[in-house]
Design a protein around this ligand. Sequence first.
Ligand SMILES: C[S@@+](CC[C@H](N)C(=O)[O-])C[C@H]1O[C@@H](n2cnc3c(N)ncnc32)[C@H](O)[C@@H]1O
Length: 258
Amino acid sequence: MATNSSKLNAKFYNNFASIHDIMLPIEERLSGKSFFEYILKKDFKKNEILDCACGTGIHVILLSKLGYKVDGMDLSSGMIKQAKINLKKFNIKANLKVGDFRKIKSVYGEKKYDFVACLGNSLAYMQTEKDLKKALGEMFNVLKPNGMVIISQRNYDKLLKDKKRYNVIQQGKFTFLYIYNYLKNKVIFNIIAGATNNNRTTFQTFKTTYNPILQKDLKKHMQEMGCRNIKFYNQGNEKEYFKFNKESDEFFTITGTK
Ligand SMILES: C[S@@+](CC[C@H](N)C(=O)[O-])C[C@H]1O[C@@H](n2cnc3c(N)ncnc32)[C@H](O)[C@@H]1O
């Protein structure tokens, strides 16, 4: 049965799906390709990948373009609907299903993967340690031996240290203002989306709650699961070989092998 927080997440993303790709245009994000080429080509042959929180499909498109066989799933039917539109636009064929990454087996059965991805801060929706462990355990379970899990998320160590109050993203006629609210063991992201047309601006507001998973805790949970060879990367810094600066980088990617 869906918990309250998973129902809330699904509802948030069903509403947010149309705004998501305006804020983070797929075409711009496809430039992340070199990072996956670096990570995957190093360790893997062209093989099967599950993106277990695929959102509007960016990484399903990107990894399919690299030649991998990709399955996608997401808790939000609205995000999956948008992902199907995006895949069609890029002429990509892949399985896309609605489902919870704490129960991957109930979506893709006994299928095993060489690589399971949980990207774009999605794991931080696990509000309790129990759920976090369940999600990681499920990702680990659907991996083949020597398979790799890859998780990307906000660097909460930095966010909690800086206690940054706001962030602004501008895209064309849209302005997105993020206002962060720090509670005990939670960070609420309040988002005001303003669309300006000539002399008129219309506003929409959204709110979503994250569990700020610290680097050391994520690493510890992955180790407890049996992950080997755990590595941190900075996804955006190709020139320095994706070296993660744990003090200053806003996001990181972590990988571990089964
Ligand atoms: C910030 S979006 C990131 C989407 C995509 N990975 C990207 O990088 O664009 C977070 C996604 O996680 C999904 N999500 C949250 N909880 C989930 C769960 N329990 N199972 C599967 N997907 C989940 C949301 O529906 C949303 O699409």
